[in-house]
Every structure is written in C-alpha cells, then in structure tokens.
Design a protein around this ligand. Structure first.
Ligand code: C2E
Ligand code: MG
Ligand code: MG
Ligand code: MG
Length: 290
C-alpha cells in the first residue's frame, strides 16, 4: 500500500511540474539508451591558422537526433547528461568516434588535429587517461593529433587532480585547451599552474569586436591583453565565434594564433567534411555543371 501511495504522489507531483522541467526529465531518461540506438553523431568545425588562413584541424561537436523531439542542442542536453552521469558513457563514445573518424580521414598524415570537448565529470574519472590511451591505441593514433577542450569548471572541481591528469595527458602527447576562457572565474594562478597548450577565448568577447561598436577600443585592448598574457604563458590562442572578416583582421593584428567561427566554417556533418578533404566540389552547383 505504501508503494501505491508514493505512486500517487509521483503523479500529482508531475502534474505540477512546468513543461520545461518535464522535458528535462524526459530527455534525461531518454539519454540512457540514446547511445545504444545510435541517436548521436558528431559535427566538425574547422579551426584555421591565423596567418595562412589554412585548415589546422577540427573541433568535434556532438548532435542528438531525438526520434520524437528532433534535433536537441548540446547546450540543453550536455548539462542534463552531466547531472545524470550519462556524460561519462556519452563522452567515451564521442572520444572514440572522433578518433575513429580522425583515422578514417588520415588527419595525422594531413597535419590536421582533432579537438574533443570533455566535461568536468569525465575528466575526474579515475580511468580517464586510460580511456584516452585506449582510444588512441585502438585507432592507431598518436596523442599529438588530439586536443582535449576542458572548461574552467573542471579546474575548480579539483585543481590538484586536474593538474595530475593534465600532466599524464601531456605524457601521451595530447594537448589540453582551456575552452570558453573569460566566462568563468579562473584566477590567473590557475592558468599558470595548470598544464595547458591552448587558450580558447569565448565568443562573448568577440561580439563587441568591430570598429563601429561604441565599446570597440576597450574591447580591442582587452582582447590584445588576453592574447599577450596567453603568449607569456606559452599558450596558443584560439578565438571562437569569429563571424566577420573585420574581426578576423583585428585578431590577426593582435597576434591571435588560430580562428574558428561561422565566417570561416560552420560545424558540418562528416560527409560534408569528407568532400572538403577530398577537394571535391565546394558547392553542389559545380556538380550539375559538369
Ligand atoms: P563550445 O565547445 O564552446 O563550442 C562552440 C560552440 O559555438 C558550438 O555550439 C558551435 O557551433 C558554436 N559556434 C561556432 N562558431 C560560431 C560562430 O561564429 N557564432 C556563433 N554564434 N556560434 C558559433 P554547439 O555545437 O551548439 O555546442 C555548444 C556547447 O556544447 C559547446 O561549446 C560545448 O560546451 C558543448 N558541447 C558540444 N559538443 C560537445 C561534446 O562532444 N562534449 C561535451 N562535453 N560538450 C560538448
Ligand atoms: Mg569547445
Ligand atoms: Mg567554447
Ligand atoms: Mg561552451
């Protein structure tokens, strides 16, 4: 009878939940078998060398095609996967899929790297480094072609543990990048102590970086200072969310090393990247003309 009672409670409780909360709960539950039923895929966004504007590599961005609800943004489901813990299994799938694809495209031979986003919870798993090593071994890759993007949240979770893991990754040749820099609350000390190779400046800084914006001068100085600071710490700087040619030129003047954003390339599914790597027709019209 106690069971029946709690069941009734659950029903009443559900009725009082907001639509958003119900959706969140449903998605959280659906995440559990979404890997087994192949609902995830990766999109790839080019990262470009600043000076030559040539391709340096790709960032992998996960996509969830829900059978009933359609395409769900990672901004919505990654936090849910973190809360429920499914991120650990999902993260491993993402890492292995990225490695499989890097092998299939021979990215190492082309001198291109692959960047994979890693959640704080994944990074703090005791066997995380072993999983990375296994993925590299299984697909015959060296660590040098792999960059792991971590966020400031990870650092605050357990700085000492994070520093150790990052050192171990470095021993595998893997690069670690600090993603979304400037949006969290990292102290400069963290940047100094944490073994990193790359700093990715959050796109929030780019939105005021155009010459007719009232706050342009200050934003430009701030951006230049972040880039100089990163260089003092011997970090490569990647600017995210570059949407105009002007932003790209300003970033070049400020000494930024790499750029990523819609102006250069949007995230694209594997088959589109494949055409690009094969040097195939850049536009479907070219196909029809021949
Ligand atoms: P992020 O790692 O900072 O990825 C960059 C996000 O900015 C991507 O959104 C990308 O599509 C978007 N973006 C790139 N260029 C531009 C631009 O020029 N303008 C604008 N407005 N946006 C741009 P996306 O794919 O929706 O991913 C959002 C966030 O979700 C990511 O931010 C990352 O934190 C998380 N995420 C995505 N894929 C993964 C993953 O495989 N694992 C984990 N743990 N997190 C992921
Ligand atoms: Mg990222
Ligand atoms: Mg970012
Ligand atoms: Mg982000």
């Amino acid at each position: 009878q106690a069971k029946q009672k709690s069941g009734l409670w659950a029903v009443r409780f559900t009725q009082e939940l907001s639509v958003e909360e119900q959706t969140r709960r449903r998605l959280k539950a659906d995440l559990k078998n979404a890997i087994a039923t192949e609902q995830f895929s990766l999109h790839y966004q080019g990262q470009y060398h600043m000076c030559s504007r040539t391709l340096a590599g790709f960032e992998c961005l996960v996509r969830w095609q829900h059978p009933q609800l359609g395409l769900i943004s990672p901004q919505l489901f990654i936090p849910l996967a973190e809360e429920s813990g499914s991120i650990v299994e999902l993260g491993e799938w993402i890492l292995r899929e990225a490695c499989r694809q890097a092998r299939a495209w021979n990215l190492a031979e082309l001198g291109l790297s692959i960047s994979v986003n890693v959640s704080p919870l994944e990074f703090s798993q005791a066997d995380f480094v072993a999983r990375v090593q296994a993925a590299l071994n299984d697909f015959g890759l060296s660590g040098h072609g792999l960059t792991l993007e971590v966020t400031e949240g990870m650092v605050h979770r357990d700085i000492e543990g994070g520093v150790t893991v990052s050192h171990q990754l470095r021993c595998l040749g893997v690069q670690v990048a600090m993603d979304d820099f400037g949006t969290g609350y990292s102290s400069l000390n963290v940047l100094k102590e944490f073994p990193l190779e790359e700093l990715k400046i959050d796109r929030a800084f780019l939105k005021d970086l155009h010459s007719n914006h009232p706050d342009y001068t200050r934003t430009r100085h701030l951006m230049g200072t972040i880039i100089n600071l990163a260089h003092i710490l011997e970090l490569q700087v990647v600017a995210e969310g570059v949407e105009t040619e002007e932003q790209c030129e300003i970033l070049q003047e400020l000494g930024c090393d790499k750029v990523q954003g819609y102006w250069l390339a949007k995230p694209a599914p594997a088959h589109e990247v494949e055409a690009l790597l094969r040097g195939g027709p850049p536009h479907p019209k070219a196909d029809r003309a021949s």
